[in-house]
Design a binder for this molecule. Sequence first.
Ligand code: 6GU
Length: 269
Amino acid sequence: MRIDVVTIFPEYLAPLDVSLVGKARAKGLLDVRLHQLRDQAHDVHRTVDDTPYGGGPGMVMKPEPWAAALDAVAPPDAGPPPRLIVPTPSGRPFTQQLAVELAAEPWLVFAPARYEGIDRRVIDEAGTRMRVDEVSIGDYVLAGGEVAVLVIVEAVARLLPGVLGNAESARDDSFAPGAMANLLEGPVYTKPAVWRDREVPSVLLSGNHGAIARWRRDQALRRTAQNRPDLLERLTPEDVDKHDRATLAALGWTERDGRFSSDGPPVAH
Ligand code: 6GU
């Protein structure tokens, strides 16, 4: 996969040299190219922003440098265009489903901006030539889109064939489509079996794989009830078995008309 990032802070993307993404690049599985937006601003100050029409606080990124940068990265009428990702808190939510979709693309271009954003005409015009997605990584405001690029690239890169060591590692992810029907993953343990007087749950040492799977499922239900009750509200009756129902009932969750809801305060554990 090829990824181009156009930014006024290419140095902010230095983490792309490290760890999983860095190794994917070294292995040739990922071709990441960073571009300085200011290289496309030709006045003496290399200006990339200006005051907003209509007034208001902050600055807006000018259209000409962005258009020149995007045309240089992906010349119009030069083969299949990339998919353009514009990180913005006003975008659609970034989810594991979107990460899976992006991981199937041969070429992504990222256009991270400062918070007030890029002149709308750049995005509208790019949309006449390529698929454009404005994407938010959560309900909070960052100073710029570069960190969102890091988040999205890491989530996508680990899905590329050959990037993860263990082929199974991505399958059981909390938000992998179909994994545990979107429950959070439960706690994990490693050696030693006793540490500071704390024992690993004995079922994990039992060798009883059915009991272990059941225990993990109960822990997933418990943690999801605690941290993400919205995910339990999306469960359907087909997602749960008899034992799940009992676990959920013990947590104060029961089914009515095909939907689960909490009928009381969460049970402490
Ligand atoms: Cl993609 N950009 C900025 N600036 N803030 C954000 C965001 C993106 N997603 C959540 N907050």
